[in-house]
Design a protein around this ligand. Sequence first.
Ligand code: SD4
Length: 325
Amino acid sequence: MKRRNFLDQSTIGFAGLLISPNILCLNKKKNAVIDNKKFEPFAVSTWNVPMANNIAGNQLDNGANALDAAVKGVAYEEANILNTTVGKGGSPDRDGNVTLDACVMNHEGNCGAVLAVQNITHVAALAKEVMIQTPHVILAGEGARKFAINQGYIPENLLSDESKKAWEKWLKNKDFKVKINVENHDTIGMLCCDSAGNLSGACTTSGLAYKMPGRVGDSPIIGSGLFVDNSVGGAVATGLGEEVIKTVGSFLIVELMRQGRSPQEACEEAIQRILGKHKGKPDFQVAYLATNKKGDIGSYSIASGFSYTHYKNKINKNINSGSVY
Ligand code: SD4
C-alpha cells in the first residue's frame, strides 16, 4: 500500500510536472492576449466636421488617450472663424458679446465645464483644466475667464467681422426664434474611444445665436450636452439646448443603453421623449449621437439635415442621420 501510495502520488506529481508547465504556458498566453488586447480607436462628432474628427482620429491612432484626442479635435472648430456656432467667430448674444460653453467627461467619470466664458477660444481645453486643476466641476462667467488667464490662456476678441455683421443685421428685426439646423449649426460634440478601450467626450459651443445675455444651453451641462459612462457608452447632443436639458438627453441615452437598447434605439427614444412634450411637429431641432463600448453608433434628430462624422481605421466619413420629419 505504501508503495502504491508512493506510486500514485509520484504519478500525480510527475503528471503534474508534465502538465503544470503547459498550463502555465496556456495561462501566460491567455493573459498575454488579454493584456495586449487593443481596441480599434474611433472618433465620432456631431455635424460635418472632417478636420476636427480627423485630428482626433489621428491622435487616437498615435496613442493619445480619448480625452486628449477629443479636446484636440474640437479645438480645430473652436479656432475655425468660419464656424459661427463654436469658439472664435461664434455668434454673439443680443448685446453683441460672444460667450462660450463647453464640457468634457472622461472614462473615470470625471468631468469639467465652463459656462458663458468671454474672450477665451479653447473652452473645451479650459473645461479639462477645471476638471484637473480645481476641486470643482463648473466655473462660470468671469470666474472661468480669470481662471483661464491664470492658466496662461491669452484673451482674444471672439467676435469676427462676419458674425458682427450678421448680428447687426439681426438687430434690425430681432427675430428671437433662431433655427438650429444644417444652415446654422456646428456645435461640436465629440466622443472618442482610445486603444485602451476607454471612452471620453467633449462638447463646445457659442450657444444659441442672439441668446439673452447669461443664457446657457445644454452643451456644457453634464448629462445634457454630453455624458460618458465607460462601462456602457457615451452620448452628445446638439440643437435647442432648452429641450435637451428638460429631458437630460445624453444621460437618458446612456441609461437606455445600460438597459439594453442599442445606441440607435436609445437616440430614437430620447427624441421621442422630447416630442412627447409637444403637440404636432415642433419648430425646433434636437439631434443626438451615441456610441456603445463596441463602437456601434446611433444618431437621430427631430428635423432632417443632421449628420455626423465618423473616424475609424483611417477612414473619416460624414453620415446622414435619420430623423422624425
Ligand atoms: C445650445 N445646443 O446652446 C446648443 C446649440 C447648438 O448647434 O447645438 N447649436 O442650445
